[in-house]
Design a binder for this molecule. Structure first.
Ligand code: MRU
Length: 360
C-alpha cells in the first residue's frame, strides 16, 4: 500500500515499494542520501545512530518499524506473529530514551493491533501500515496548524533565534519551530533566522541552516556561545525552539543548550516560545526532573568525523538534552492553540480540550 502525502520542503521519511526510506541526517548537507529499511530492528538502529532524529520524526519512524515487522510476519500464525511483534515493540522502545513521541507512537500502534485481537496476522499488518501512514500525514497537518497558531506571535521584521533542528527534517514535514517561522513568512512577514550551531551533533549548522537555505529563508549561523552577545546587542527579538518532551507542569526537555538560551532570553526580556505538538506532552511525567536524559558517546565531544581535538583518555560528559523550567517559557505553541506561561493547570486544560477540526 503506497500513499503519497502533501509535504513542504525535504522528505524526511517516505514509504517506497514496501520499505521505509529515511534521509540520512548524519551526512547532510554534504550528501543527500536515502537509506532503506525493511525491519523494526533496522529502523531502531536508524533511530539510535541518528539517521533519523527529531522527536516527531522518531515517532513516525517507529510506527513504520512496527508496520515493517508486521508485514514480514503477515503469513505467520497468530501466536508466532504476536511473539515477534512484542520483540519489535521492545527493540524500538530501546532505541532512544528522551523523545516521548517514540513511546507515544508505539502505544498508538499497540492500541491499534490490540483492538483487532481476533483478526488474522495479515489484516493486522495491513491496519498497522495504514496507521503508520496516518501518523505521518497527521504530523504534517499538526505542524501546519501549530505554524498558523504561532505565526501570530512573530511580528514583521523580527529576527528569531532557534536551537537544534525542529524543522521538516525533525518531523514528517514542515517542522514545529521552523513551521512557525515558515507560516509567519507565508503570511507575508519578513522573518530572518539565527541558527545556533548546536554542539556537539551540529543539527543547527548542518540541518537547520541547510533546510532553511533550501527554502530561501534568510538564515545566519552562529556558534552556541554567540547567542548572549547578539541578544545583548538587540539583534534577536524572539526565540522559537522545539521539544522532545514537556512534563505535566510545563518543564521542557529539548536539545542540550536550550536551557542556556532560555536563561539568556529571560535576562534580555526576549520571548521564549516552544513549539510543541500535543503528542510531545507527557502527562505521566510530573516535572522535568524525572525526564530521562540520553547520554551519548564521548566521541561526539572529543572530535568530529574522525578528527580528534581532545586529549586521549580525557573524561567527557555528553548529555544530549537539558530541561528548561516552565517559568522560563513564555508560551507553548500547540496545534490546539497557544498556552501562555504553561503550568500544571493550563496544560491539563489543554489536554482535555477538543482537537481542532482538521483544516489542512
Ligand atoms: O538529538 P535530536 O537531534 O533528536 O534532538 C532533536 C531536538 O532536540 C529537537 O529540538 C526536538 O526533537 C524537537 S523536533 C521538532
Amino acid at each position: 500500500m503506497d500513499r503519497a502525502s502533501p509535504r513542504s520542503g525535504v522528505e524526511t521519511l517516505r514509504w517506497r515499494d514496501g520499505r521505509l526510506e529515511m534521509i540520512d541526517q548524519r551526512v547532510l548537507p554534504a550528501e543527500v542520501v536515502y537509506r532503506d529499511y525493511a525491519t523494526a530492528a533496522g529502523v531502531a538502529e536508524g533511530i539510535r545512530s541518528m539517521v533519523v532524529r527529531g522527536a516527531p520524526a522518531i515517532g513516525c519512524a517507529a510506527a513504520y518499524g512496527v508496520a515493517l515487522d508486521a508485514l514480514r510476519l503477515a503469513g505467520a500464525p497468530r501466536a508466532q506473529f504476536d511473539g515477534a511483534m512484542q520483540e519489535a515493540f521492545a527493540v524500538l522502545a530501546r532505541s532512544r530514551p528522551t523523545a516521548v513521541n517514540l513511546f507515544w507512537a508505539l502505544k498508538r500502534m499497540r492500541t491499534v493491533s490490540g483492538a483487532m485481537s481476533p483478526a488474522s496476522s495479515a489484516s493486522i499488518a495491513e491496519r498497522l501500515l495504514a496507521e503508520a501512514h496516518e501518523i505521518l500525514a497527521e504530523d504534517i497537518r499538526i505542524n501546519r496548524a501549530m505554524g498558523r497558531n504561532g505565526a501570530a506571535l512573530l511580528a514583521d521584521g523580527m529576527t528569531v533565534l532557534t536551537h537544534c533542528n525542529a524543522g521538516a527534517l525533525a518531523t514528517a514535514g514542515y517542522g514545529t519551530a521552523l513551521g512557525v517561522i515558515r507560516s509567519a513568512i507565508e503570511s507575508g512577514k519578513r522573518i530572518s533566522v539565527i541558527a545556533d550551531e548546536t554542539r556537539p551533533f551540529l543539527q543547527g549548522a548542518r540541518l537547520t541552516a541547510w533546510e532553511l537555505a533550501q527554502d530561501a529563508i534568510p538564515v545566519t549561523l552562529i556558534t552556541d556561545n554567540m547567542a548572549g552577545h547578539l541578544m545583548k546587542c538587540g539583534e534577536i527579538q524572539a526565540v522559537v525552539v522545539g521539544t522532545d518532551r514537556v512534563a505535566a507542569n510545563g518543564d521542557v526537555a529539548n536539545k542540550i543548550g536550550t536551557y542556556m538560551v532560555a536563561v539568556l532570553a529571560h535576562r534580555h526580556a526576549i520571548p521564549f516560545y516552544v513549539a510543541c505538538p500535543i503528542s510531545t506532552i507527557d502527562p505521566d511525567m510530573p516535572n522535568g526532573d524525572a525526564i530521562p536524559i540520553e547520554e551519548r558517546d564521548a566521541n561526539e565531544v572529543t572530535g568530529y568525523r574522525g578528527v580528534r581535538w581532545a586529549p586521549e583518555g580525557i573524561k567527557v560528559r555528553n548529555p544530549a538534552f537539558d530541561v528548561t523550567p516552565a517559568e522560563l517559557v513564555t508560551a507553548l505553541i500547540t496545534e490546539r492553540g497557544v498556552v501562555a506561561s504553561p503550568d500544571q493547570s493550563n496544560i491539563a486544560a489543554l489536554l482535555k480540550s477538543a482537537p481542532p477540526v482538521d483544516s489542512a
